[in-house]
Ligand binder design. Structure first.
Ligand SMILES: Cc1cc2nc3c(=O)[nH]c(=O)nc-3n(C[C@H](O)[C@H](O)[C@H](O)COP(=O)(O)OP(=O)(O)OC[C@H]3O[C@@H](n4cnc5c(N)ncnc54)[C@H](O)[C@@H]3O)c2cc1C
Ligand SMILES: *[C@@H]1O[C@H](CO)[C@@H](O)[C@H](O)[C@H]1NC(C)=O
Ligand SMILES: *[C@@H]1O[C@H](CO)[C@@H](O)[C@H](O)[C@H]1NC(C)=O
Ligand SMILES: *[C@@H]1O[C@H](CO)[C@@H](O)[C@H](O)[C@H]1NC(C)=O
Length: 484
């Protein structure tokens, strides 16, 4: 006789491991769907984004951006403004970031408590596909979501002391302002910190392993970013080199030494001495102690393998009944809003409503001054795909130069470009660099999400005068050459 275990035999309908933004987003949606839900957290509620990521970094960018603006006498003069000496208090800016993180953290905690989500403290370990233990307790659930996130990736040879050689975890505390800081990696985290540091008076040197700086960006956007975000600032860079050995120093006494090696030959080419070094070489999934072996999961470069419905897969690629993984831990797209969107999609699937998140519709942004944002592919990726699959690619672009609102601010640097299939009008990507680019990208990401074509955007109306008219101008260029 076989006996089907009913949901009533489990302590919960859903247990979520990790209370970052992914776990939080999943918990809120689970409650809405009537699931009895618990969330287990071994560190600080809010995870990376709230405590060591998006939130404090945006606070630092807001404050330092204001300093940059107020010290830009030429720009202010064009607006008819003159200010005296602009001073800031480093600790005050650091406190702003810390206070914001704690406000958001408290609200996030309260929102879950208010909805009746049980918050359980401890590090969770799988016993089987319906059971986890945490501390000296355990609980069972019909479904378990792994949302354990990520930690900074530190390449071998780099010694972190948290003071002179550090990752974003420590940089966000803004404990001091080094005169000269080397940033290893020119991805969005490195770039955002270069914006903060240079605004507050530090010099920055990027160390990049790839042949070009900002390797993840669309080529044309990277060129603009170099002209706007790098050129005019106290920033220089070396490319094609790896930081193979980094040794901490003592602030004001002994410099940090960085051994640079050729990316290809691995021969040492230089040794740099700087005051501090920020290691921004990406993030590694965090699955330590989860006991994935007991549910037959083999991680791939640390990531938990999942299918497009976020169901965890075992060693043979088979779905493990009741186990899901969302957010940074599955590596599909390491962004806060991607984590919660994946969580919501997973809950929908659990509740019998099939939902697959279209990752091509998930926007991304780099919150420098000005911002860079995008959705989908770079022009290079789109053209490569077109060549492979036999379609033409059309690119329409415009600048911020003629936009009334940008001109009113005297901040008309930047451009927007839309990339689509010439034959069908399928939107392949959009990139924006300029004032409030991160807010402007959603029109394109929502269009992709709804399966709209480039030609569907042509007749949309935008208020005048707004920055959104930059996007309007690109959409209006979509030609009648698009077939349908
Ligand atoms: C400096 C910086 C800036 C960033 N800026 C942005 C941004 O502007 N926009 C954006 O979209 N993204 C940004 N990100 C990325 C964003 O922070 C992550 O994508 C996001 O936090 C991932 O969410 P998550 O829920 O998957 O994991 P996390 O936020 O990492 O949360 C995982 C949680 O799980 C807990 N945990 C781990 N293992 C266990 C266990 N076994 N048991 C119990 N609990 C466990 C951890 O303690 C942690 O609290 C930034 C990241 C950094 C580092
Ligand atoms: C925090 O939550 C309270 C109560 O729910 C709300 O009034 C307040 O606006 C929230 N603050 C933030 C910063 O979200
Ligand atoms: C969970 O694990 C982390 C890192 O492995 C550790 O720092 C933390 O203290 C643990 N939490 C608890 C509640 O034991
Ligand atoms: C998971 O649990 C179910 C019971 O819901 C069981 O039938 C199944 O064999 C288990 N799957 C795996 C992969 O362990």
């Amino acid at each position: 006789m076989t006996m089907k275990i009913s949901a009533h035999d489990y302590d919960y309908d859903l247990v979520i491991i990790g209370a970052g933004v992914g776990g939080h987003g999943a918990a809120l949606h689970a409650v809405e769907c009537g699931l009895k839900t618990a969330i287990i957290e071994g560190g600080v509620i809010g995870g990376t984004c709230v405590n060591r990521g998006c939130v404090p970094s945006k606070a630092l960018l807001a404050a330092s951006g204001r300093v940059r603006e107020m010290r830009d006498a030429d720009h202010l003069k064009m607006l008819g403004i003159e200010v005296g000496d602009v001073r800031f208090e480093r600790q005050g800016i650091a406190d702003h970031a810390e206070n914001l993180a704690s406000t958001i953290r408290n609200n996030l905690t309260n929102s879950m408590k208010g909805l009746g989500v049980d918050i359980l403290l401890g590090n969770a370990t799988f016993r089987d596909n319906h059971t986890v233990s945490y501390g000296n307790k355990k609980c069972t659930a019909q479904n378990i979501i792994i949302a354990t996130g990520s930690i900074p990736f530190v390449p071998p040879g780099i010694e972190i002391d948290g003071k002179t050689v550090f990752t974003s975890d420590d940089a966000l505390k803004l404990e001091w302002l080094p005169d000269w800081v080397a940033i290893i990696g020119s991805g969005y985290i490195g770039l955002e910190f270069s914006d903060v540091y240079t605004a507050l008076g530090s010099d920055v040197t990027f160390i990049e392993a790839m042949p070009k700086i900002m390797p993840g960006f669309d080529g044309e956007i990277a060129k603009q970013a170099e002209r706007i975000l790098i050129g005019p600032r106290n920033i220089d860079y070396v490319t094609n080199v790896l930081a193979t050995k980094v040794t901490p120093g003592i602030p004001g006494e002994k410099p940090v030494t960085i051994e640079l090696s050729d990316f290809k030959t691995r021969e040492v080419v230089d040794v740099m001495e700087v005051d501090a070094c920020l290691v921004a070489t990406g993030r590694a999934p965090f699955t330590d102690g989860l006991g994935l072996g007991s549910i037959n999961v083999e991680t791939q470069r640390g990531f938990v393998p999942v299918n497009e419905r976020m169901q965890a897969l075992d060693k043979d690629g088979e779905v493990i009944e009741g186990v899901w993984c969302i957010g940074d831990a599955n590596g599909k797209m390491m962004l806060a809003h991607a984590a919660s969107a994946q969580g919501i999609a997973a809950i929908e699937c659990m509740c019998g409503r099939d939902k697959v998140l279209n990752h091509n519709s998930v926007p991304a942004a780099c919150f420098t001054h000005p911002e860079v944002s995008f959705v989908g592919m770079t022009e290079e990726q789109a053209r490569a795909k077109g060549e492979e699959e036999g379609f033409e690619v059309t690119v329409k672009k415009t600048s911020f130069k003629a936009n009334s609102k940008a001109l009113a601010e005297k901040e008309s640097d930047g451009m927007a470009k839309l990339i689509y299939r010439s034959d069908t009008g399928e939107i392949l990507g959009m990139w924006i660099m300029g004032l409030h680019a991160a807010d402007l990208i959603h029109e394109a990401s929502n269009a992709v999400n709804q399966g709209m074509k480039a030609q569907d955007l042509k007749f949309a109306v935008h208020a005048h005068p707004t920055l959104a008219e930059v996007v309007d101008e690109v959409f209006k260029q979509v030609g009648s050459t698009v077939a349908h």
